[in-house]
Design a protein around this ligand. Sequence first.
Ligand code: BGC
Length: 477
Amino acid sequence: MADVPRDLLQEIKRLEDLFTVDKAKLKKITDHFVSELAKGLSKEGGSIPMNPTWCMSFPTGFETGRFLALDMGGTNLRVCEITLTDEKSEFEILQSKYRMPEELKSGDADELWEYVADCVQQFIETHKLTDEMDTLHLGFTFSYPATQNYINHGILQRWTKGFDIKGVEGEDVVPMFEAAIAKRGVPIHLTALVNDTTGTLIASAYTDTRMKIGCIFGTGCNAAYMEDCGSIPKLAHMNLPPETPMAINCEWGAFDNEGKILPKTPYDVIVDQDSPRPGQQAFEKMIAGLYLGEIFRLVLVDLHDNKNVHIFEGQNIDKLRKAYTLDSSFLSMIEEDPWENLSETKDLFQTKLLLSATHPELELIRRLAELIGTRAARLASCGVAAICKKKGYETCHVGADGSVFNKYPHFKQRGADALREILDWPEKKNPKDEDPIEILAAEDGSGVGAALIAALTLERVKAGNGAGVMAPETFKK
Ligand code: BGC
């Protein structure tokens, strides 16, 4: 950084102070996280919803049958037919993806359900699925916080990930979906409404019995794990046997909504204030893919507008001023630029933002991307460590999915380093040695995970255990 002028150097230092979360802070956050997890399970509740999901067992690997899976994530809509075969932990998948039109995300409920039902109908007709099966059992991955008194029901607590569709919050999404499907005469039975994290947990455990936690680090961020019913005071009235497992969708994106512990920067405050749901998803807004590019953009605009700092001087930054113009893949590309002179980053700024960046400016840009990406990975590890501490897991596997986990450079390594710091593991003797707790790429949670949860529910109902299932008598096959 020899050629970086003093004003930019000072700013780099300031940004490092703002965005670095040291070991001591990680530990403090984790400890607070552990108590907040327990609070969410208590009768009084806390800011982390800790939603019981009524998914009440891990798969054995011997589940069989054909299922439909629908995934309404943040960016795409995916419909799959999943066949769980007789071979242990084997499945076949047929799938189609549909883009979620941007305007739908702030439209109204009817438009949403009509669109979703159209995609499902199109899939079923294209693949002639109704000729093969009477009723199609569906696992619907609905990746938003939902209160589930039953597995085949879910009241949307609030939209997250920038969604703002009117008339859905506070409502059960299942009847809305079913009404749109019924209009089309498609013979579907919604068997399980599933969060993507629960799907990830179950899909991962299908092929690896050491998997204890399912995480998503994508557009949003969240985790699910198996709790014992005896440790869920808010379900005490159900009188479930204390050792019975219950998957909990933590909805940990809401961790520290009350602003007690997370080291928020002024840029995080703006991201929150300008979002459709200020005060919500505090943890998610510092980690998830939807927000990383926006934090980065806000810092650069702030620096440009600061008279004492000279960055993009005399240039028109209109493009950079547009909110959410940069997504996390933009940061990924900066972090991946292999050249000493950061020529790829220079081209990126030129083509995407019509800005010409000097070499010192590029140095600052690269450091900023690293800081934001590193902070995200380190904070994410606090959540994983907290669940492990709560459950007393000293060794286990954690299944993770999502664009940030799979594509953001160094996210995995940075997360693993942070876990080591939080949990005080000694240095590895051999770089190939496994860590006691490993965060690994998961199986497809919203496809095979949702199908497995539908299969487990069906089996449970057949065996006469309809706990947490609405109208089990309507379950046909
Ligand atoms: C949602 C969660 C979801 C996560 C990852 C969050 O915004 O609230 O339900 O699991 O995103 O998709």
